[in-house]
Ligand binder design. Structure first.
Ligand code: FAD
Length: 297
């Protein structure tokens, strides 16, 4: 099944992102989350792609196991970091062999320092649009790309950011998934900019359920945004009150999702950190899954 066929016009569904587990304990935790989410019928679940060889093998294995052992639609991420085109073809072939039909094609960052100098592999790709074309060439995949509501941190201005995003979609992407943000306006403006260029592929907002000060910090690091004043005003006084912070953080996450649903987004894409509880709580707050959730909470 392809991700694009799981998105239904006029209805907001949800999807969940995982990372490949490194230890046995992480593996157990991931599979607990997968089994808790499975009955809620996410549109798809995806697995990120790391920088090193063993983590890359784990992406192939984990996504393959989700595709074969669960009812879930699986998507594997792929980056161009330190790969020749021949190696990229090989990984894409492994995805196909595992029964994976969906690939998120991403350029990636230099290992170690995301803002360090990007040096392409001499026989590799320089930008994500090349990877989109390569994945398409290698088989009948549904291809997604990354989008940035606060523009990509390397983009000099919004104009060039939009131009390259449009190129990536025109290279053959079926949909895009946005980096985290806390103010819907930034996401909606990105959607409008793409539509102005004739790009109407589904754009999924990326949602990080805010559960701890550390998670909130991660959202700002990855997304090129600063925390909005309204959010700081609520959460800063709760930094030493874990339960209060979590409750208020999930409330803020829920309100954000409500606005996005009202704007007709095709799906809410949750960055789950390999846990399911916060995602399930937000979905329950939104009334997207009430009956099922109560027993699993
Ligand atoms: P690109 O689209 O290639 O863009 C990178 C920069 O280059 C942008 O500033 C763009 O405007 C510019 N650019 C593009 N084309 C051109 C051109 N022709 N000429 C000049 N400039 C150009 N990282 C991982 O390592 N593993 C993951 O699994 C992973 N998953 C992610 C999932 C999502 C949903 C998101 C949003 C990000 C993810 N990332 C992941 C992070 C990602 O690797 C970084 O954000 C990376 O810096 C950008 O990748 P990209 O595909 O957007 O790059």
């Amino acid at each position: 099944t392809k991700v694009i066929d799981r998105l239904r016009p006029g209805k907001t569904v949800f999807s969940v992102e995982f990372f490949p587990p490194k230890t046995d304990e992480e593996e157990r935790q991931l599979w607990r989350a997968i089994r808790e989410l499975e009955p809620l019928d996410p549109a798809y679940v995806s697995v990120t792609y790391g920088a090193g060889g063993s983590s890359r093998d784990r992406t192939v294995r984990t996504t393959g196991r989700i595709a074969s052992d669960t009812t879930l639609v699986a998507m594997a991420h792929l980056t161009g970091v330190n790969h020749s085109i021949a190696e990229l073809r090989h990984v894409i072939g492994s995805y196909a062999a595992e029964g994976i039909q969906n690939v998120l094609a991403i350029r990636g960052d230099p290992p170690g320092d995301p803002m360090g100098e990007w040096i392409p592999h001499p026989e590799g790709i320089t930008y994500a649009d090349e990877l989109v074309r390569l994945v398409r060439e290698c088989g009948d995949f549904c291809v997604g790309v990354a989008a940035f509501p606060h523009m990509h941190p390397r983009s000099p201005d919004l104009e060039s950011d939009t131009k390259h995003m449009v190129n990536k979609l025109r290279a053959g992407a079926d949909f895009s998934v946005a980096q985290m943000f806390l103010e819907p306006e930034h996401f909606l403006r990105l959607r409008d900019r793409l539509a102005q260029h004739g790009c109407h592929q589904p754009l999924l907002p990326g949602i990080m359920p805010i559960t701890t000060p550390k998670v909130l910090g991660m959202t700002t690091q990855l997304s090129n945004m600063t925390i909005p004043d309204e959010v700081s005003a609520v959460l800063d006084p709760l930094r030493d009150d874990p339960a209060g912070f979590r409750e208020a953080g999930l409330e803020i996450t829920t309100r954000l999702c409500e606005k996005l649903i009202a704007e007709g987004v095709p799906a809410l894409h949750f960055y789950s950190l390999n846990r399911s509880k916060a995602t399930r709580e937000v979905l329950a707050n939104l009334g997207l899954i009430d009956g099922v959730l109560k027993s699993a909470a």
